[in-house]
Write a protein that binds this ligand. Structure first.
Ligand code: APR
Length: 170
């Protein structure tokens, strides 16, 4: 069984090798978890993000964590849910995979994810949680260098969906 955990918590408090930021394509900050991460990391995070010149939906870019307890932040713009007919599911899978590939390339053994796209971007939580857990499990099966991945859920409703998606995997 791949080492995936689901916890309730604030991702900005997690002392892991990398936390993932549910960003937007500008990489210049925003609300939600993006705003929380930038507030906790301090202004140097935005300064480094400015040098990255944005990021495509489904891709990922890495920065240092600065004042965060995490060593790195991996920024990925998730897809905005429209109707399901615009490749949203494939793009969300790509977010998780791109982040894990960057984590492997940067020697990260522990990686924490928020629930990408299920806030402001309105991706249905039931679908998103299955996509997330399925993509992470498939990657970990091939990449033992990543020791643990956690989904850090900010509320009980989100956690319930990820718990169910993980249970369905078993
Ligand atoms: N720790 C963990 N999860 C959090 C935190 C936190 N501190 N704050 C919010 N979340 C959760 C939300 O509750 C939601 O479950 O992160 C999930 C993703 O929600 P959003 O942050 O709204 O991200 P997303 O839906 O991907 O929308 C991205 O929102 O903030 C802007 O700049 C961002 O434009 C981008 C868009």
């Amino acid at each position: 069984m791949p080492n995936i955990e689901v916890i309730l918590g604030d991702i900005t408090k997690q002392a892991v090798d990398a936390i993932v930021n549910a960003a937007n394509c500008s990489l210049l900050g925003g609300g939600g978890v993006d705003g929380a991460i930038h507030r906790a990391a301090g202004p140097e995070l935005l300064a480094e993000c400015r040098t990255l010149h944005g990021c495509e939906t489904g891709k990922a870019k890495i920065t240092k964590g600065y004042r965060l307890p995490a060593k790195y932040v991996i920024h990925t713009p998730g897809p905005v849910w429209q109707s399901g007919g615009y490749g949203e599911e494939a793009l969300l899978r790509s977010c998780y995979r791109s982040c894990l590939e960057l984590a492997s390339q940067n020697g990260c053994e522990t990686v924490d994810f928020p629930s990408i796209s299920t806030g402001v971007y309105h991706f249905p939580l039931e679908k998103a949680s299955r996509i997330a857990v399925g993509t992470i499990a498939a990657y970990l099966a091939e990449h033992p260098e990543i020791r643990r991945v956690r989904m850090v859920c900010f509320d009980a409703r989100t956690k319930a969906h990820y718990d169910r998606a993980l249970a369905e995997l078993a």
